[in-house]
Design a protein around this ligand. Structure first.
Ligand code: NIG
Ligand code: FE
Length: 404
C-alpha cells in the first residue's frame, strides 16, 4: 500500500489557480485561497485538497499531520542559481561596500574569475559538499526544486564535476559554459569557445538539461552567444541567457529567434525589449536580489507583466552578485521593488519557474496529480510570504510526500 499523509487543519492553503503554464497578465495574480483546509498525499503525489468540512472519511492507514495555525503554499521552485562554487567573495563584497564597482572588479581579474580559482581548487568532492550545503540552505527557505548552473570551472573536469554535483544533490543542472573566458585563454574568446564546444559540450550535454550564456559587455557578445547557443541546441539542450544585466546587447532578439526557454536579469531592458519579450514564448526571469545586492536598477517587472510577458522569479544565488538563497525574501523584493502583488510573486516562483524547468505538469501547484511538495509557513495569512521582509517563516517543508 502506498503510504498516505494527511496535512490537516491548515489555516489557509494558497495555490496558483488553474492548470495552465506559464501564467501571464491577470492570470499571474490569480491565486486560489482555501481557509481551514487539508492536503491529502498518496506517496509522492497530491491526491486531494479541500476544506476540512468536506474531508471524506478515509479508509486504511493514513498518517496525519496537524497544521493548525499554519499556511501551505506549493514547494518553491528556484529556476536560476549558481550553486556550484568554491570559496566566497566576502573580501570583494567589503570592497564594493567601500565604493568599488562589480564591473571594475571583474575587469581586474576579480569577480567571477576569483571564484573560478576557488572552484577549481575545491575538486569534485569539495564541490559536491558545497552544492549539498547550499541546497540545504535553500530547502530551509522552502525551495523544493532548484536549478543549478556550472560556470565557475570553465575547464572540462570542473565543469562536468559541477554539473554532476548539482544533479547528485537533486538539482536540475544547466551548463553555463559561456560565463567568462578563463585566464589560460588570454582573452581569446573564440579559442575558448572552440575548446568549450569541442571538448566539454559532448559530455556536458549528457548531464545538463539546458545551456546558458552571459551575453554582456566584457563577457560574450551576440555573435559568440549565438555560436554557443546554436551548438548547444544541436546537442539537445534547452537554451537560457543571462541578458540585459548591465547593458542591452541583443539578448532578447537572440532568445526569441532561437526559441530559448528564458532570458534572465533584464535590469537594463528598455521598452522595445519589453514588447518583444511579451510577444514571445520566452520567459523573463526576474532576479531582484541580484539587483539589490549590486545596487543596480530593478528590472521592469510591472511593465513586463502588464504587456503580457511570462515572468518567473528566482534568487540568482551565487557568491558575487547575489549571496541570497531565500525565495521568500525575493517575494518581498518583488512586492516592494518590482510592484508585483504577493499573488503574482507566488505564481512567479512556483508554476512559472516550474515552466522554465519544463516541469509545470508536476510542480508549482497544490492540486491533485502534482508532486506533493508543500511549504508550511508559521503565519496567519499566506501573504506574509512577501510581507514579512526577511522573516523566519518556514515551519516545515514536505518534499514528494515525505516529512522531514
Ligand atoms: O547571474 N552575471 C553573471 N553571472 C552571475 C554572477 C556571477 C558572479 O558574480 O560570480 C549573475 O549575476
Ligand atoms: Fe545568474
Amino acid at each position: 500500500m502506498t503510504p498516505r499523509l494527511l496535512v490537516r487543519d491548515l489555516e489557509q492553503l494558497a495555490t496558483p489557480a488553474g492548470r495552465e503554464a506559464p501564467l501571464r497578465g491577470r492570470a499571474l495574480g490569480e491565486v486560489e485561497v482555501l481557509e481551514d483546509a487539508y492536503v491529502l498525499c498518496r506517496g509522492d503525489t497530491i491526491e486531494a485538497v479541500g476544506r476540512m468540512r468536506d474531508l471524506p472519511s478515509l479508509d486504511g492507514d493514513v498518517e496525519e499531520l496537524s497544521a493548525r495555525g499554519l499556511c501551505a503554499v506549493p514547494g518553491l521552485v528556484d529556476c536560476h542559481t549558481h550553486t556550484a562554487f568554491g570559496g566566497d567573495r566576502v573580501d570583494e563584497f567589503s570592497l564594493r561596500a567601500g565604493g568599488a564597482s562589480y564591473e571594475e572588479l571583474h575587469a581586474r581579474g576579480g569577480g567571477i574569475l576569483s571564484t573560478v580559482r576557488a572552484t577549481r581548487a575545491a575538486g569534485a568532492d569539495g564541490l559536491r559538499d558545497a552544492v549539498r550545503r547550499h541546497a540545504s540552505w535553500m530547502r530551509a527557505h522552502g525551495t523544493t526544486t532548484f536549478e543549478g548552473k556550472s560556470g565557475y570551472g570553465l575547464d572540462r573536469e570542473t565543469e562536468l564535476a559541477s554539473l554532476w554535483a548539482v544533479r547528485e544533490s537533486g538539482g536540475v543542472p544547466t551548463w553555463l559554459g559561456a560565463h567568462a573566458v578563463p585566464p589560460e585563454f588570454d582573452g581569446d574568446t573564440d579559442a575558448y569557445l572552440d575548446f568549450a564546444l569541442g571538448d566539454v559540450l559532448p559530455e556536458a550535454a549528457k548531464v545538463a538539461e539546458a545551456a546558458d550564456v552571459f551575453l554582456e559587455r566584457g563577457a560574450f557578445d551576440a555573435t559568440q552567444a549565438r555560436r554557443y547557443l546554436e551548438a548547444c541546441r544541436d546537442a539537445g539542450l534547452a537554451l537560457r541567457l543571462h541578458g540585459d544585466q548591465f547593458t542591452e546587447q541583443g539578448a532578447i532578439p537572440l532568445a526569441v529567434e532561437l526559441g530559448a526557454r528564458s532570458v534572465d536579469h533584464l535590469e537594463a531592458t528598455g521598452d522595445a525589449g519589453v514588447r518583444d519579450l511579451a510577444a514571445s514564448d520566452v520567459v523573463g526571469v526576474l532576479l531582484p536580489a541580484s539587483a539589490l545586492f549590486l545596487g543596480r536598477p530593478m528590472p521592469p517587472a510591472r511593465a513586463l507583466v502588464d504587456a503580457g510577458a511570462a515572468v518567473a522569479l528566482a534568487t540568482d544565488f551565487n557568491p558575487g552578485s547575489a549571496f541570497c538563497e531565500s525565495l521568500p525574501l525575493c517575494c518581498s523584493l518583488a512586492a516592494t521593488q518590482l510592484r508585483l502583488s504577493p499573488a503574482e510573486a507566488l505564481s512567479a516562483c512556483t508554476v512559472n519557474a516550474a515552466h522554465v524547468l519544463e516541469r509545470s505538469d508536476r510542480l508549482g501547484r497544490l492540486a491533485p496529480g502534482y508532486r506533493a511538495d508543500l511549504v508550511l509557513l508559521d503565519v496567519p495569512d499566506w501573504r506574509y510570504l512577501a510581507y514579512h521582509l526577511g522573516g523566519d517563516l518556514v515551519e516545515r517543508t514536505i518534499v514528494a510526500g515525505e516529512l522531514p
